[in-house]
Design a protein around this ligand. Structure first.
Ligand SMILES: [Zn+2]
Ligand SMILES: [Zn+2]
Ligand SMILES: [Zn+2]
Ligand SMILES: [Zn+2]
Ligand SMILES: [Zn+2]
Ligand SMILES: [Zn+2]
Ligand SMILES: [Zn+2]
Ligand SMILES: [Zn+2]
Length: 321
């Protein structure tokens, strides 16, 4: 499997100048989502990302939907320039989305306080670090440029209190373990594009799978609390089912694109030489084709898989052009 450090360095080189200037000119608040409906926070999100398929700039929340629709999205400009590389192989496996179990019993915040001794302890779903308070995330991580999630927001009074995405809460994990809930029970509502967190095998443990939205590396204290990583990804159904994990493919398309989830590049990945039954179902290609393009219209009733290389509206057509 390709190592992430190379992956991100490649990203830096790949940010060509014209792409960069195009994105730069779009950095203002996002005009796509409904800003009137939400909190003040929604009014302060920058349009940092760029959907190449739709040719429009937007914020990370809006672009998440475009990732889901298999669009090609560039989100590199203001994030990867500043992202640190993973420090060790645990860090790399964690970033790849392997099941990673942390033992929180002895884990300390960078300030020295034990994670279990504070009711405000969280893991930040954006950078992956455990801290005992928002203040510690600020002092040891965000203000040091180690959690880049904040770059999505305009800097003003309304956004001054944003500290990464401190949403994986220790007190939840502890309470769920106390209730003897089973292993793998989800213990956060944070988007799996950032992280999935589930109860670990025993009290005081949590199992996390990282998604493709990565805004920093966990601090050393957090990395030291890793007690298990399932890096045999071939035989791990949890790995396979985690569709929001970072695509590690090195093909011509995937290596050039911004970090994207494994489901995003279905139509574009050059390694997809053969579509198997599972993929066929996932993409809905087993269904009857309803297209009325000149190629499909002339064919007898057929499934969408039968015309993927001929149909004028097929997303696979580019592969043979
Ligand atoms: Zn789009
Ligand atoms: Zn938006
Ligand atoms: Zn602390
Ligand atoms: Zn963070
Ligand atoms: Zn890919
Ligand atoms: Zn690929
Ligand atoms: Zn057709
Ligand atoms: Zn067609």
């Amino acid at each position: 499997m390709k190592r992430l450090s190379n992956f991100f360095f490649k990203k830096l080189e790949a940010t060509s100048l014209d792409k960069t200037s195009r994105v730069v000119s779009k950095i203002h608040t996002c005009t796509i989502h409904d800003q009137s409906a939400g909190s003040k926070i929604l009014q302060n999100i920058k349009a940092l990302e760029y959907c190449i398929t739709c040719n429009i700039g937007m914020c990370y929340t809006c672009s998440n939907e475009h990732f889901d629709e298999n669009h090609q999205v560039d989100w590199g400009y203001d994030i990867f320039k500043y992202l640190e590389s993973p420090v060790n192989s645990d860090n790399e496996h964690f970033n790849e989305g392997c099941q990673t179990t942390f033992d929180l019993d002895d884990l300390k915040c960078p300030c020295g306080r034990k994670i279990k001794d504070s009711q405000f302890s969280t893991m930040c779903a954006a950078c992956g670090s455990w801290t005992c308070s928002a203040q510690c995330h600020e002092d040891f991580i965000q203000s040091k440029g180690k959690c880049l999630f904040i770059r999505n927001f305009l800097e003003n009074e309304e956004t001054a209190s944003i500290q990464g995405m401190r949403n994986i809460m220790y007190i939840n994990i502890e309470a769920m373990h106390r209730d003897d809930l089973p292993q793998y029970m989800p213990c956060t509502r944070v988007s799996p594009k950032f992280m999935k967190a589930m109860l670990g095998p025993k009290k005081g443990t949590v199992t996390v799978q990282r998604g493709f939205r990565q805004y920093g590396q966990p601090v050393q204290e957090t990395l030291d609390a890793i007690v298990d990583i399932v890096d045999d990804t071939e035989n791990d159904p949890y790995f396979d089912h985690h569709k929001e994990r970072l695509c590690q493919c090195t093909c011509e398309y995937c290596a050039e694109a911004s970090p994207h989830p494994v489901h995003n590049c279905a139509y574009l990945c050059r390694k997809l030489e053969k579509i198997d039954l599972k993929m066929e179902k996932e993409l809905g290609l087993d269904q009857i084709c309803q297209c009325i393009c000149s190629n499909c219209f002339g064919m007898p009733t057929h499934a969408r898989i039968d015309c993927i290389y001929h149909c004028n509206s097929s997303k696979f057509r580019h592969r043979f052009e």
